[in-house]
Design a protein around this ligand. Structure first.
Ligand code: NAD
Length: 449
């Protein structure tokens, strides 16, 4: 199933690049039938740059995924993020596969431009034919400008500045998609209640718990960076009440709902929520900054993790349950550990998984890749996320109906199954399995293209 590229020998890649071909004796323990196809660990002795590129699966197109620039980056983490991209691109019906890059350092403690150039140079044999980069934690549109110029091809990455024909993630495409995912979920729950559909127990319990006007539904958002702050803004535009936001420096909370336009205006030119308390008396009076982890101790209907991986775990999941959380919309990548996921699903919490909820960024990237406009990006995000979330919810509803009121329903499992079918068919098509190709085309309507 897996595709190793023997034409790219060690010497082509330069003396300082290690190539772990997955068919060889790489010692890589994560390989399964889906990938990864390539794992590259790069080191530049001149700059000190250390990085990782994982190309997970390219059967549906060149691997797409951001470059994470952080001290905590590990090959295992980059692999997990690359795999998430495989499912995300397939679920969104995009002609991209899954990949991810990582540069291992705190970007503010190294020469960020030199390190980005060095990373680009090291992985250039694969860009853009097998890997198309984008921004992620620690990288911005400016890094993408550096990356594209170093590769010498504007198609090598998306999320570039507008001057380079880009649709930067800084326009809030991912946060917008998160707000669409939540709105679609709430509409779906209202619809099945009004239709009096024979919803199975867990869905019925949810429609009862959330039987409120949309401006009475309460949301908290962990992370107030690119994704979290735009999700906050777009949810406020939908009149959904955001009662708390947190970042690495603290948690701002008002159980009656934060004044989001005021918060956005106060946060202009500020990096962290704690900066709200600096030298400005009026602002100091407006906000009470709590410990960042207090976000897990407030009563709310919806929890949106928009910061780090693994924050919903065996320690925090019971707190969410105790505080009446009904829905989790995963804006961050892999925010929920598998055991916490199982625990929450068993207890009737509905989780919209990351690869559906935060696909706005990569859908916007696809529009940029095609040379289309910002307006088209936002329209396509709305169209695809609405349809994909709705389809996953309906499929999940019918699978719980069939299971005769089982006490669990996992949107993740149902949506993952659809994504796997798409990737599997693409892998067969790549192999040239023509008879299977016919069947693959016959089922194409399952995905929103
Ligand atoms: P960012 O760096 O802009 O923001 C991260 C935020 O998380 C910051 O506000 C930071 O202070 C906060 N944070 C860090 N540690 C925290 C903690 N312990 N508690 C509370 N807050 C904490 O990153 P981003 O681009 O907004 O990405 C956030 C998540 O969304 C990541 O998991 C990323 O992989 C995922 N994601 C991002 C995009 C995108 O377009 N940027 C697309 C898809 C998924």
């Amino acid at each position: 199933m897996v595709n190793s590229d023997s034409s790219l020998s060690h010497s082509h890649l330069g003396p300082s690049m290690e190539q772990h071909d997955i068919k060889g004796n790489s010692g890589w323990s994560e390989i399964d039938e889906w990938g990864p196809e390539k794992v590259l660990q790069v080191y530049d002795p001149d700059t000190g740059m250390k990085g990782v590129l994982v190309i997970d699966n390219t059967s549906t197109g060149p691997g797409k995924g951001g470059i994470r620039f952080a001290e905590s980056v590990t090959p295992a983490e980059v692999f997990k993020l690359a795999r998430t991209m495989t499912w995300k691109c397939a679920s969104a019906g995009l002609p991209f596969g899954g990949a991810k890059g990582g540069i291992i350092a705190n970007p503010s403690k190294v020469n960020q431009v030199e390190w980005m150039k060095s990373f680009a140079k090291m992985i250039s044999p694969y860009c853009p034919s097998q890997y198309i980069a984008a921004t992620d934690v620690g990288t911005t549109e400016l890094d993408m400008a550096v990356f594209a110029h170093e590769i010498g091809d504007m198609r090598a990455c998306t999320g570039k500045p507008q001057e380079l024909g880009g649709i930067p993630h800084e326009l809030g495409t991912t946060g917008y998609g998160v707000s669409v995912a939540l709105r679609t979920t709430l509409d779906f729950l209202r619809d099945i209640k009004h239709e009096g559909s024979k919803a199975s127990r867990p869905f019925f319990d949810l429609t009862t718990s959330l039987d409120k006007k949309s401006d009475d539904i309460k949301v908290v958002i962990q992370g107030f960076g690119n994704v979290g702050s735009f999700a906050t803004k777009f949810l406020n535009d939908l009149h959904i009440k955001v009662i708390g936001v947190s970042d690495v420096s603290g948690f701002v909370f008002d159980e009656n709902g934060l004044d989001i336009p005021q918060l956005m205006s106060d946060m202009k030119e500020k990096a962290r929520l704690s900066d709200l308390l600096d030298n400005h008396q009026q602002q100091q009076h407006r906000y009470d900054l709590l410990d960042k982890d207090e976000i897990f101790n407030v009563a709310t209907d919806i929890f949106i993790p928009a910061a780090l991986t693994g924050v919903i775990n065996d320690n925090t999941a019971p707190k969410l349950l105790k505080n009446n959380v009904n829905i989790i919309v995963e804006a961050a990548n892999i925010p929920t550990t598998p055991s916490a996921d199982q625990y929450l699903v068993n207890n009737g919490i509905l989780i919209i998984p990351d690869f559906l909820a935060n696909a706005g960024g990569v859908i916007g990237s696809f529009v940029e890749y095609q040379g289309r406009t910002e307006k088209e990006a936002f329209d396509l995000i709305e169209y695809k996320i609405t349809n994909n979330v709705k389809r996953a919810l309906y499929n999940s509803l019918s699978s719980t109906d069939q299971a005769d009121n089982t006490s669990e329903f996992s949107i993740r499992k149902v949506a993952m199954e659809t994504a796997k079918q798409i990737v599997y068919r693409a892998m067969l098509l790549r192999k040239g399995a023509i008879s299977v190709a016919r069947e693959a085309y016959a089922r194409k309507q399952q995905v929103i293209y």
